[in-house]
Design a protein around this ligand. Structure first.
Ligand code: NCD
Length: 478
């Protein structure tokens, strides 16, 4: 298996075949967890946790110790040179010369990618802000697989903070890739981000049915979902006959109900205002409903009020198993990334292919719109240039390569102006046909007309076009 020397930053860094192969090693290791102490003898893992953690950090450290390796750690940014203004890149380079593998948790979205780009050794993302948490997803998927033997065709409900829950984002991608149907029920104002939905619908070919289109049955029913996501591998009639098929859907039950706590440390002022409504709660009363008769109750933990303690003894409750499986899952992952173990991989389906989008990497013109993105932080902008994948041209949509948030720039131009004659340097609205015409390698984007003109471009007859949904208001600041 060619996993040696690779990093795991997002769940899409592993193909379905690689995840299945990893799970076979997890099975092997779970059966003899105390007889693995020669596998990584002499290897060192750096454990860098710059946000609170109990399960993830301790299960990683236990995993490395059980493999016979050792651990060096930093658990507080204020006790490292990051507090003196050191960049993540410099820290990663240095730690990369002390250790064989790095596990990092950081509040900035995209921080793990930066560490992976600079460390020179494998880096595992143990949670980067509200972006992703791929190893929690491995524990979640492994648990579903163990309990239900398959993931394909299952109906899995994701409840709670879908906006900031990084475990939800990674899990959503993986479930879609493995062919599950996902039922979303967000807390108030905590819907799945647009960029996550786009990935589901464009990259995994899924179909999304929104709450409003599903009719009264859902609105008034027990299960008021925001959206239902149907995978291409289990096409059914829901899209065609929403009201009828939703009843069928619910009658046949939910295979797993995955709930997360409100990520209160990530809320902004607008989220605080919207918080007033009801946050979904899982308790004994809810689980008495027939839809949940055989449902696995899952939670990445820690829980606050969304999951009642009265369920702990219920055989459907899986959350302590998910946490316990963190050790063998992480043992297998570390052993594979260090090249200490190999397993054969078979690829069965097309979800293992990633789309090769063209890149936008000019040092000017547009910044990531997410204030929590690593590419926006003062210490990091000295060496990181904003970089995007061009994921659509109608409307023009750029996806940040670090945090995956999307921007819709207002204005565009081409670097291929006719024979370099300045009089022909024209900029256009991103809503004009030029968004399709300008080749990706020649594309220049601007947030505002002021910015375009400051770069020497003049308005074309296609500069004034109505704004499209999601497009930024022109910023007057330079
Ligand atoms: C999660 C996390 O840190 O994102 N916890 C975990 O790793 N098991 C979930 C959470 O904090 O709510």
């Amino acid at each position: 298996m060619a996993l040696a020397n690779r990093s795991l930053v997002t769940i899409d860094d592993l193909t379905n075949g690689e995840i299945e192969a990893l799970f076979s090693l997890v099975d092997e290791m779970s059966d003899s967890i105390d007889r693995q102490s020669d596998i990584c003898r002499g290897k060192v893992m750096a454990s860098l946790f710059f946000e609170p953690s109990t399960r993830t950090r301790l299960s990683f450290e236990a995993a490395m110790q059980r493999l016979g390796g050792s651990v060096i750690s930093a658990a507080d940014a204020s006790a490292t040179s990051l507090a003196k203004g050191e960049s993540i890149a410099d820290m990663a380079r240095v730690v990369g010369s002390y250790a064989d593998i790095i596990v990092i948790r950081h509040p900035w979205e995209g921080a793990a990618k930066v560490a992976a780009d600079y460390a020179g050794i494998p880096v595992i993302n143990a949670g980067d802000g509200g972006h992703e948490h791929p190893t929690q997803t491995l524990c979640d998927l492994y648990t579903i697989k163990k309990e239900r033997q398959t993931i394909k065709g299952l109906r899995i409900a994701l409840w709670g903070d879908l906006k900031y829950g990084r475990t939800v984002h990674s899990l959503t991608y993986a479930l879609a890739r493995f062919g599950a149907t996902i039922l979303f029920r967000p807390g108030p104002g905590l819907e799945l981000p647009e960029h996550v939905i786009r990935k589901l619908t464009t990259e995994y070919g899924g179909e999304l049915n929104r709450y409003e289109t599903l009719g009264q049955v859902v609105k008034e029913g027990l299960f008021p979902m925001d959206a239902i996501y149907i995978t291409p591998s289990s096409p059914h009639q829901l899209a065609m006959m929403p009201d009828i098929s939703i009843q069928v859907e619910l009658k046949s039950g939910v295979d797993a109900l995955y709930v997360t706590r409100l990520q209160k440390e990530r809320l902004n002022a607008t989220d605080e205002q919207q918080k007033k409504g009801k946050y979904p709660v899982i308790n004994k009363k809810l689980l008495k409903e027939k839809e949940f008769k055989r449902t696995l109750v899952m939670h990445p933990l820690p829980r606050v009020d969304e999951l009642a303690y009265e369920l702990d003894a219920d055989p459907r409750s899986m959350y302590f198993k998910q946490a316990a499986r963190g050790v063998p899952v992480r043992m297998a992952l570390i052993a594979l990334l260090l090249g200490a173990k190999e397993v054969p991989v078979t690829e069965k389906d097309s979800f293992s292919r990633k789309i090769d989008y063209p890149c936008y990497r000019r040092g000017f013109g547009v910044k990531c719109s997410n204030p929590k993105c690593v590419s926006r932080q003062e210490t990091e902008t000295k060496y990181i240039k904003p970089q995007f994948k061009i994921v659509a041209n109608q409307p023009l949509t750029l996806r940040c390569i670090y945090c995956e948030h999307e921007v819709h720039p207002g204005y565009i131009a081409s670097s291929d102006w006719h024979e370099g004659r300045l009089s022909n340097k024209k900029y256009h609205s991103a809503n004009s046909h030029w968004a399709r015409k300008i080749r990706a390698e020649n594309l220049i984007v601007f947030d505002s007309e002021i910015e375009a003109e400051a770069c020497g471009f003049k308005p074309s007859s296609y500069t004034k076009m109505p704004k499209q949904k999601g497009q930024r208001k022109e910023s007057r600041k330079k």
